[in-house]
Design a protein around this ligand. Structure first.
Ligand SMILES: *[C@@H]1O[C@H](CO)[C@@H](O)[C@H](O)[C@H]1NC(C)=O
Ligand SMILES: *[C@@H]1O[C@H](CO)[C@@H](O)[C@H](O)[C@H]1NC(C)=O
Ligand SMILES: *[C@@H]1O[C@H](CO)[C@@H](O)[C@H](O)[C@H]1NC(C)=O
Ligand SMILES: *[C@@H]1O[C@H](CO)[C@@H](O)[C@H](O)[C@H]1NC(C)=O
Ligand SMILES: *[C@@H]1O[C@H](CO)[C@@H](O)[C@H](O)[C@H]1NC(C)=O
Ligand SMILES: *[C@@H]1O[C@H](CO)[C@@H](O)[C@H](O)[C@H]1NC(C)=O
Ligand SMILES: *[C@@H]1O[C@H](CO)[C@@H](O)[C@H](O)[C@H]1NC(C)=O
Ligand SMILES: *[C@@H]1O[C@H](CO)[C@@H](O)[C@H](O)[C@H]1NC(C)=O
Length: 466
């Protein structure tokens, strides 16, 4: 009974239905206002009636292979174009192609009713989503049922760009819906499928799909389904596989195994809820329940729903080798630089030592005591003459050699030597004229020569201007 809107009724006959009943449909709950009757020997696709109130009566044995689906159009098909004829699908044995558009007012729900068939002693509805194609913004969601907000019943999602990755999807369920965002247009091809316990999708660049047990999520089967398996093959080679276990009821003495064909990559032996993991394998990945004979018939089993999204990629071993080589190369360069720095430092220290040895000899000649010299060594920087205090008369060369020139200069104030020593021997180095030697270039040889020169000058006593 609909208290608002338009009530629609759909009849979906099952496969292998041996039904002796005739169905009568009345527009009231006291079997008055008869509107329709049918029996299962008439194979139709989908029939719908529109009324306010419906009662179905059967005069015979209903064997459960027939489904009646009712909806209130204004609720279920809100925001869909053409809601009265094209936004409920009926999966039968031949391929159906359907195009559904959402209006600009909101998202539109398109629901497929899947016919029932006898499988493994139970009645199941099995849908094969052959392919989807979508034009529009944001994501289309595929769900079990038609209005669920239970994330455990979310099948998969796609955008305009990723739609073509989703094909040959086997879903076990009577009602499967697509939630199409506003202004979006969905094209979907589908048909009923037979039971396929082993799925073996083969893909090139991308492989996306779901892998579920026939009983999910109802738990109306015992665990004699445990042999089912998903084996994925990437024909282009190496791929990453993002596996999301949406839910898996894993009974004791069984486990869910992820393997690459040779080695087990993962093994789950406890119930799993919402777990995403990425595996990388060469060409092949398999997911299967490992059966334990002692388990069979232990209890009802809630089954599992797993989503996978695989992408072909370059095998990272070569990349990682390159990466390793890069690291080695960097290490070698850093090592060489460190050695060079150490060598340079040692050279500098040696050089400095030599410089002090020569300075030491020079100072010894000036009759300074050992302690004084030691004090000088620690204050060696104080011997630098501030360039502001030294005036060099470059226009007045005193002499010119092959490696250096000597100019006349004037030192303003106290020379550092006298400042430090304060000795009588050095008191002449205050406000005095000096000779300034300017080397053409300056290296170790020049320094050595300079000291030799100073040594020689020392031996012949101070010249007034030196
Ligand atoms: C049967 O139900 C309809 C409304 O559902 C009502 O109008 C009618 O009077 C009922 N008939 C009898 C015999 O009760
Ligand atoms: C359902 O069957 C009728 C004829 O019985 C046919 O005209 C119609 O196109 C069919 N609908 C679908 C969706 O296959
Ligand atoms: C559905 O589309 C496929 C091509 O994608 C075509 O081969 C098939 O005939 C179409 N089926 C119907 C019922 O239009
Ligand atoms: C939907 O389409 C209509 C026109 O067709 C446009 O005016 C509107 O902006 C669109 N809305 C969105 C959300 O894209
Ligand atoms: C699911 O949606 C229904 C209405 O459609 C709402 O009443 C209910 O609270 C929602 N449940 C959750 C868990 O969001
Ligand atoms: C794997 O897929 C899930 C959803 O299906 C997503 O939330 C997650 O980010 C993906 N992980 C990676 C590494 O892509
Ligand atoms: C696993 O889940 C099932 C139902 O889905 C439940 O009966 C069982 O107790 C759970 N097992 C554990 C170990 O929680
Ligand atoms: C699991 O197996 C062991 C022996 O392999 C058995 O003793 C035990 O009863 C089994 N448990 C279940 C729940 O079947």
């Amino acid at each position: 009974m609909a208290t608002h809107g338009t009530l629609e009724l759909f009849l979906a006959f099952g496969f292998n239905s041996v039904d002796l009943a005739t169905y009568y449909v009345y527009e009231s709950n006291n079997l008055t206002n008869y509107i329709y009757s049918t029996d299962s020997t008439i194979i139709t696709n989908l029939t719908w009636f529109t009324t306010k109130s419906l009662t179905i009566f059967s005069n015979g044995n209903i064997d459960g292979t027939t489904q009646w689906v009712a909806r209130i159009v204004e609720d279920h098909a809100a925001n869909c174009y053409d809601p009265m004829s094209s936004n409920l699908g009926y999966a039968y044995s031949q391929q159906i192609n359907q195009t559904i558009r959402a209006t600009s007012t909101g998202s539109c729900t398109f629901t497929i009713v899947v016919s029932v068939q006898l499988t493994n002693g139970n009645y199941h509805s099995i849908l094969d989503i052959i392919n989807v194609n979508y034009k529009g913004d944001s994501n289309v969601r595929a769900i079990m049922g038609y209005q669920n907000n239970d994330s455990k019943l979310e099948l998969f999602e796609f955008t305009e760009q990723t739609a073509m990755r989703w094909n040959k999807i086997i879903v076990y369920g009577n009602l499967v819906s697509f939630i199409i965002p506003r202004n979006g247009t969905l094209k979907v091809s589908y048909q009923s499928a037979s039971y396929t316990p082993k799925l073996s999708p083969v893909f090139q660049e991308y492989g996306s799909g779901i892998f579920m047990s026939i009983n999910y999520p109802d738990g109306d089967d015992v665990v004699n389904e445990l042999g089912i398996e998903l084996s994925l093959t990437c024909t282009m080679g190496y791929a990453s596989y993002n596996i999301t276990i949406i839910y898996a009821d894993i009974p004791s003495n069984t486990s869910l195994q992820v393997s690459n064909g040779n080695i087990i990559l993962d093994e789950f032996d406890q119930n799993v809820t919402f777990l995403s993991k990425v595996y990388y394998t060469d060409q092949y990945l398999s997911i299967q329940f490992v059966d334990s004979p002692s388990y069979i018939d232990q209890r009802f089993w809630d089954g599992f729903l797993i989503r996978y999204e695989a992408v072909h990629m370059e095998k990272p071993t070569t990349k990682s080798t390159n990466f390793v080589w890069l690291i080695i190369l960097c290490s070698v360069i850093v090592f060489i630089l460190m050695i060079a720095a150490i060598v340079y430092l040692i050279y500098r220290m040696k050089h400095r030592e030599k410089y002090f040895e020569q300075l030491y000899d020079t100072l010894k000649d000036m009759h300074l005591s050992k302690d004084d010299i030691e004090a000088l060594r620690t204050k060696s920087d104080e011997f630098l003459i501030d360039e502001k205090l030294l005036h060099i008369y470059f226009n007045n060369p005193l002499g010119q050699g092959s490696t250096s020139s000597v100019y006349k200069g004037h030192l303003e104030g106290t020379s550092p030597l006298h400042r430090v020593m304060k000795s009588i021997g050095t008191q002449c180095f205050v406000d005095c004229d000096v000779a300034v030697k300017v080397p053409g270039n300056f290296g170790q040889n020049e320094v050595q020569n300079l000291f030799q020169e100073i040594k020689a000058i020392k031996k012949i006593e101070y010249h007034n201007n030196v």
